[in-house]
Design a protein around this ligand. Sequence first.
Ligand code: GLN
Length: 489
Amino acid sequence: MDFKNTTLKEIHNKLVNKEITPLELVKQTLEVSKKELNSNFLITLCENEALKSAQELEDKVDINNILSAIPFIHKDNISTKGILTTAGSKILSNYIPSFDATIATKFKDAKSILIGKAALDELSMGGTGLFSFNGEVRNPYDNERIVGGSSSGSAYAVAKGIVPFATGGDTGDSIRKPASFNGIVGFKPTYGSISRYGAIPYAPSLDHLGFFTNNVEDLAYLCEATYEKDIKDFTSIENNHEFIKNINSVDKKIKFGYIKQVDDIIEGQLAKEYKKMYGILKNEGHEVVELDFNEDLLKAIPATYMMISFAEGVSSNYNLDGIKYGIRANGKDYKEIIKNSRTQAFGETVKRRFIIGSYQLKSENQELLLAKSKKVRRLIVEEIERLYQKVDILILPPTIKPAPTVKEVYGVDIEQQKNENNSFIDDLLILANFNGMPSITIPFVKEDNMPIGINLNAKPKEDLKVLQAAKYLEQIINDNFRQVGDFNE
Ligand code: GLN
């Protein structure tokens, strides 16, 4: 089945009307997945498990549950009982969890069928899809370009129509940026809405789980199935909404806003497209407000993110030492075993981030560096709160260019790039990780025949509102903007 242009509801109806059985559907999906394996999008194909689940569901599709018998893919940082879970890292390349992450349990309860575990930049650190231990994942539209990351395999799978949805993780932008690069929908809920119990962390105060889909409506089902306060995750919260019932309602007058200092950087055709969108919204009776964001704070986003996430990253992954988990190297004592295991099994990005993170965690540096970056985070959060006194929905550009080429990515000195004046433009989506607000990227326009998305945000806990706005914009975009079409075009 072509999942690219099909809603979950339509797949469900086909199953209910017996136009296709769960087993047929899963067999087709496995076949397509196998053909795609050389793209490295999967670390593990769950063939036997998927066939078994489908078999059990033959003639038992739940007519009251849209997710019943729907094939999907988990990002491989989500623990799955009895199934390899690597977080994209060699150090976990033999780790088989003895328990399910809460989100894995949720989809088991919903009787959705897990097809595989998707590649990610090691330990969710990175934004390219080039750094999963099993190999590079490239952009499905253009093999010379990156797919983006860290949730690279999940984005690839949905963009290519291999599965109708996939889970992802988002610490800085790892769902919402690849969504932009691949012409799909990527959503990160309010912090804590979906339990992270059993998700291998990057930086817990910024980590979120979320989804990739091909349309906004499908998110309503996924959110209702997964939002729940979970006693196993002390950061989880109650944030229930009647998504399915209300996803199509939209306020007559929405106050949209964009940040002046951000839109000033957008150039050429894309700038025109944003203006065109604002014009349409105004014509439809909505407000579009230009907002000011303290420029020093905007410029502080990349550094603040790096400081906080690197420190939390090294601290929350202290257990990946070759002793408790995963690959173990030789050594004369436990210290040497840890050192050798980590040296051999971690990639460059993880090593660099762990070193910088550890430096900040040294007691003499904590006050000077880490505490300071947390204060800056607080100031940024207050600045965002100030914006929401004027608007309901904040519009941001998830990316201002199509996915870069692999060559470009390898050619850039990362630290150098971050020192450039406008480098915040590439890290804007991190705003939503700093304050935990719900944030969604949907397909917007095309440039060089590559997709570029648009990103919408609302106040924390206003998940329904942001999805309603996204559903509304999705329609406007379908009617008024040119997008990248199917692969067979
Ligand atoms: N690109 C960001 C990084 O390199 C985002 C990572 C993420 O959201 N997991 O850390």
